[in-house]
Design a protein around this ligand. Structure first.
Ligand code: ADP
Ligand code: MG
Ligand code: MG
Length: 894
């Protein structure tokens, strides 16, 4: 038989699926013998049934009646009994805490008759009428759907008439008048009377709480927190206790330690003569919890003891609600409390020291996102004031600088030592130099996966994007806020990438101690020590190695300081930019083999030096060097720009510049409709003679140079965008030929493992064949996501991803978190078939997903050997790789 109702004595902490977090924890406190007013919980099963059919499931109401009778018997009085009413609260509570998102109704059981009885037995008319007006107000808005603001307005009007500064200055008479006004309001708004029957009040309140699961607030909250829509809420029915019975009563909230820093001690607020949410609603000034010691030392002492019991029992920071009724303390709620990232690390370390949790468990309680937050400098929260605008918090941290409106200006000012914030409508790859030069990037368009956001996160740079309230005018070099404030170039602004806000002027900055530790290894006390311990334990337990994506010696060195165990992706295209563009142009325009060879020969020593420096920075560790990947026309000037230049020269009657003209022709010839799917990756190597040979020679000669210098270079050569084993076989032969050549010339044996990226569905599906020619695989999950979904990332993110996210096509962008069902399936196939061919195949991932916490857990589970991510994400990946290896898999996040 299905059961829908559970007494507090029947539940347990681990029954949150059925009883909701609140119901399960009330049951747990009851089991612990803490003073919890008795009650019962109607399960989420009942809610789901109700939401599906619109009616209470069979048998539910009989069960409720039976539990109510037991409650009445225990109290020795009946619900709403005229001379001495039993009153109840009806509370919502889902599996995951959704604070304030659903509804609660207090003081069920009062009516025109029982309010008089309550006045008499309590000896306080004011209390009785205060409780009644609360019931009518909560019932009216929650159950009967009257706009809550109307009740507030009636209350404010009455306070005005009575010259009452707050609700305590309204007497019994005033409150009785208010009840009448409220009832009148309900009648006008709904055409119905406030129900006088206590049984009807109870029944309707329960159903209203069920229905509040689908309230707008609750839905929005769930979407943001990725809580499934089909869980439903439980309803807890509980005997009321009263904090509004006078000065010796009150209600409060408390934490067993400071949720901001994790420091031990008692934190909370208390409000005398108050009920329910008064204490957090800001209707009167609360007092700090310490004050309770003076007001009611007995209750204070008990509260302390109970909180200690709870923290010991839950082995974690607890947050609680309590009420004192005429000197008697009652516990009304507890849960493992939300906390800041700093507190999470501090508490985990402290509880380990106290022997309360194991090192494994401590590690499971912190996470990579929290660590990432701690790595950025922050604003002093108290000192920021009203923001100019809000946007999407795309890359955390805090930065101050002068607003600039293009990349060139950012670079110019930064070179002169000025700190700048690059403000754009949105960024493109052309803005890269400016982004690098800036302290922060602010855009008025685009979401969390826009170019600005992705690049900024990769660089560990502060970014707020999609600040739609701003009108950015790059031509006039200024932006305007919705309020009409104009911010001109050079004006100092502050960007909070953790909160997604922009402030005028220079807000106070606090340095990140955690970042200092990661950079220097200097291990101070407090949160830094806690982070160090978590990372050490993660390193000890993790199976996945963590490498970094790094293209320069500086990045390589930083990655190494952050704990990278090699470079998983060294892109070579950045080495073809700047001054070297000219040589690349010459190579492309070469009329014959000799010309091309000359251009390549000029590039060779430059490439060799690049690789030598990187191999030195990563001495002793693997460096996976990817052969040139992007289409070559990316290195040529823009077609329109060139055409205009040539046409203008012609118009002036000048002799046409043959170089310009040749370039223009080449650019026209090389134009591609879909460059992403065009002549790039391994295809370049197969059709452009000499290119691969030059790159491989540069690598091999760098290895020779490092070996002669006494180093331990471990270069690996990686071929991009392979779709068929034949492509790799041809390219591999060329690579091996050059390696052998250099070995022969130098007398230094050069052994470089040769492998490939798996970034096309066909590569994944034929991985068994491809592994015949590859010593390693590296999943390029950015391209693999693009090609699996048929998404052109730059286009889709700007155009319609926000709509897709809103419509719930996916909860997060597949470019942020690996799409386990689709792209992930290809990864699994490739791992299985690749290893079937070559059991010692090394497999890693070098897409951005390598630094995404949830994705790291997936790669661990899939049996990869390493993840590779941007240097700033290396500590995050180390931590998450450790958590993934914990028994039970840590918490992969929802
Ligand atoms: P929320 O989930 O929004 O915190 P709650 O169910 O905890 O909602 O209830 C709202 C307020 O009413 C809280 O302050 C709570 O402590 C108080 N409350 C709930 N039940 C009772 C009760 N039986 N007696 C006294 N106060 C109660
Ligand atoms: Mg609560
Ligand atoms: Mg790629």
């Amino acid at each position: 038989m299905v059961r829908y109702v559970y007494d507090f004595h029947e539940g347990r902490r681990d029954m949150a699926d059925l009883l909701g977090g609140k119901g399960a924890n009330l049951a747990e406190m009851t089991r612990l013998g803490l003073p919890v007013p008795p009650g019962f919980t109607v399960s989420t099963d009942a809610c789901r049934a109700f939401l599906a059919t619109g009616a209470e499931p069979d048998g539910m109401s009989a069960e409720v009646s039976r539990h109510l009778s037991a409650l009445e018997a225990g109290a020795g009085r009946r619900l709403g009994q005229r001379d001495d009413p039993l009153l109840l609260s009806v509370r919502s509570g889902a599996r995951f805490s959704m604070p304030g998102m659903m509804e609660t109704v207090l003081d069920i059981g009062l009516n025109d008759g029982s309010v008089l009885g309550l006045a008499k037995v309590s000896g306080s008319e004011r209390f009785a009428w205060d409780s009644y007006r609360r019931l009518v107000q909560m019932f009216g808005s929650t159950v009967m759907g009257v706009d809550g603001a109307l009740f507030e307005r009636a209350m404010t009007t009455l306070k005005g008439l009575r010259d009452a500064p707050d609700d305590l200055h309204l007497d019994a008479h005033d409150l009785a008048e208010l009840v009448e006004a409220y009832k009148q309001l309900i009648r006008e708004e709904t055409g119905e009377d406030f129900p006088q029957s206590p049984a009807e009040q109870l029944r309707r309140a329960i159903l209203a709480v069920f229905a509040s699961w689908n309230g707008e607030r609750a839905r929005i909250y769930r979407r943001r927190e990725h809580i499934p829509d089909d869980l439903g809420t439980a309803v807890t029915v509980q005997r009321m206790v009263f904090g509004n019975l006078g000065a010796d009563s009150g209600s409060g909230v408390a934490f067993t330690r400071d949720p901001a820093t994790g420091r031990g001690g008692l934190y909370g607020d208390y409000l005398p003569n108050a009920q329910g949410e008064d204490v957090v609603a800001g209707i009167r000034n609360t007092v700090p919890l310490a004050e309770l010691e003076r007001l009611d030392p007995g209750s204070y002492g008990q509260l302390l003891a109970h909180m200690q019991t709870l923290e010991r029992h839950y082995r974690d920071l607890c947050d609680i609600e309590f009420t004192i009724e005429r000197g008697t303390l009652w516990m009304l709620q507890t849960r493992v409390g939300k906390r800041t990232a700093e507190a999470a690390f501090a508490i985990a370390a402290e509880l380990t020291d106290e022997g309360i949790v194991s090192a494994d468990e401590a590690l499971s309680r912190v996470d990579g996102e929290g660590l990432a937050r701690l790595m950025f400098p922050r604003f002093d929260a108290a000192a920021t004031g009203e923001p100019l605008a809000r946007g999407i918090p795309a890359s955390p941290g805090a930065a101050v600088g002068a607003a600039v409106f293009d990349s060139t200006e950012a670079v110019r000012r930064a070179a002169a030592g000025e700190k700048v914030v690059l403000v754009r409508q949105e960024t493109t790859p052309d803005d890269l130099p400016g982004m690098i030069a800036a302290q922060a990037v602010l855009t008025s368009r685009g979401g969390k996966t826009s170019h600005a956001a992705v690049v900024a996160r990769g660089m560990g740079k502060v970014c707020v994007c999609g600040a739609e309230e701003l009108t950015v005018d790059p031509a006039a070099r200024r932006f305007t806020t919705r309020a009409g404030t104009v911010v001109a170039e050079g004006t100092v602004i502050s960007v909070d990438g953790s909160a997604g806000a922009v402030y005028p002027g220079a807000a106070q900055l606090a340095d990140s101690a955690v970042m200092r530790f990661l950079e220097t290894g200097e291990r101070s006390a407090g949160v830094v020590a806690a982070v160090a311990r978590a990372l050490e334990h993660a390193d000890a337990v993790r199976r996945l190695e963590v490498r970094a994506n790094a293209d320069t010696p500086e990045d390589a060195r930083r990655a190494r300081r952050f704990g990278a165990q090699g470079i998983g992706l060294c892109r070579t295209e950045h080495m073809f930019l700047g001054e070297r563009r000219k040589l690349v142009e010459e190579m492309i325009l070469a009329g014959d083999d000799a010309e091309r060879e000359r251009a390549l020969a000029a590039l060779l020593p430059l490439q060799r030096q690049d690789f030598t420096d990187i191999l030195a920075a990563m001495d002793g560790l693997p460096v996976t060097i990817r052969l040139l990947d992007p289409p070559l026309h990316e290195f040529l000037p823009d077609h329109t720009e060139l055409a205009v230049r040539v046409a203008a020269a012609e118009a002036r009657g000048e002799e046409p510049d043959p170089h310009q003209q040749a370039l223009l022709e080449a650019v026209g010839r090389m134009h591609e409709e879909n460059p992403m799917l065009g002549l790039r990756g391994v295809r370049l190597g197969l059709v452009i003679p000499g290119l691969v040979a030059m790159q491989v020679r540069a690598v091999a000669e760098a290895v020779v140079a490092r070996t002669r210098a006494g180093g331990a270079p471990h270069a690996e050569i990686m071929v991009p965008l392979v779709g068929a084993v034949e492509e790799l076989r041809i390219e591999r032969a060329e690579v091996e030929r050059v390696l052998a050549e250099v070995s022969g010339e130098s007398g230094v044996p050069v052994h470089c493992p040769i492998g490939t990226m798996i970034e096309l569905p066909r590569a994944a599906l034929t991985a068994g064949r491809i592994a015949e020619e590859a010593e390693f695989f590296s999943f390029g999950t950015n391209d693999l996501t693009q090609t699996t979904w048929g998404f052109s990332r730059d286009d889709v993110e700007a155009e319609f991803f926000s709509a897709y996210l809103d419509k719930g096509v996916f909860p997060v962008s597949p470019f942020e978190a690996i799409d386990r069902d689709g792209v992930g399936r290809l990864v699994r196939i490739a791992v299985d078939e690749g290893r079937a061919t070559r059991p010692d195949l090394t497999i890693g991932v070098c897409g951005e997903h390598g630094g995404d916490p949830g994705s790291v857990h997936f790669f661990h589970a899939t049996g990869l050997d390493y993840v590779s991510c941007s240097p700033f994400r290396v500590p995050v990946a180390r931590l998450e790789a450790g958590r993934a290896a914990l028994p039970g898999g840590g918490d992969a996040g929802r």
